[in-house]
Design a protein around this ligand. Structure first.
Ligand code: DGT
Length: 230
């Protein structure tokens, strides 16, 4: 299900001339993004940038992630402003490698998470407008472009089970319904392509399978990218 070898080779070649070939790994909470990135971290030519979730959990002693889950109407704007900043930091980070792979992007923060808070009526209109103005300014004034999106496609029931199993404290009260809404936003954006524009071509991977089967698929992708860079 990965891109053809020829097109990847060309992409990797192009990246040597200018900025790195940039991959965004996207998918619902618990879809396996971290595991996916770990497989690629072992390759010489790839830099993987994991999502700064630990930074969100301790901003000068404040847990923004927990605040957002506890009272989204009050703290959603605070959390999403900080997410936007940390994502911009990753997008603009200079790397030496020809391939840069990011866990999520500023796009999914805006198109899935902010959108969900707004659509659910949990983000007051002025908060949403301020964030969106910032987002539009960033898109216009910074190079945050990508070359490929890998969409780890899952069902909400599967990721809900995984989320409960990993038992991250902040996520203990997250209902299935929240994951269903996020799922639909990812689907409309990356699969049906009926909502926001995609910032790069999308490769869809079935990420519902259990981890042992997934690792075979991940290794397969890894081999193809390595091949392309050879
Ligand atoms: P993985 O490896 O696929 O299991 O990925 P996770 O679940 O570790 O990472 P992710 O990005 O799906 O989410 C980490 C936590 O942060 C999760 O509770 C959802 C939350 N989160 C991530 N980005 C945003 C965002 O932009 N807005 C909101 N409201 N929550 C976010």
């Amino acid at each position: 299900p990965f891109c053809g070898r020829a097109s990847l080779s060309k992409m990797a070649r192009d990246s040597k001339n200018s900025k790195p070939f940039t991959v965004f790994v996207e998918g619902n909470v618990g879809s396996g993004k971290t595991t996916f990135l770990k497989h690629f971290a072992a390759l010489d030519n790839i830099v993987t940038l994991t999502e700064p979730v630990d930074r969100w959990r301790n901003v000068r002693g404040q847990n923004f992630l927990d605040l957002m889950y506890t009272d989204p109407s009050r703290w959603g704007i605070t959390f999403q402003t900080y997410v936007q900043l940390t994502m911009l930091d990753l997008h603009t980070k200079a790397v030496e490698s020809p391939v840069k792979m990011m866990e999520r992007s500023i796009f999914s923060a805006r198109y899935c998470f902010v959108e969900n808070l707004h659509q659910s009526g949990l983000m007051p209109e002025p908060d949403f407008i301020a964030l969106d103005e910032w987002f539009n300014w960033i898109v216009k004034n910074h190079d945050i472009s990508g070359n490929l999106i890998i969409y780890l496609r899952t069902s909400p029931e599967v990721v809900h089970k995984r989320m409960m199993a990993r038992a991250r404290t902040e996520e203990s009260c997250v209902p299935l319904e929240y994951l269903e809404k996020l799922h639909q936003l990812h689907e409309n954006w990356l699969f049906h392509r009926t909502s926001f524009s995609c910032p790069a071509p999308v490769v869809v991977i079935d990420a519902n399978q259990d981890l042992s089967l997934m690792s075979a698929e991940f290794s397969n992708c890894e081999a193809k990218i390595a091949d392309a860079l050879a």
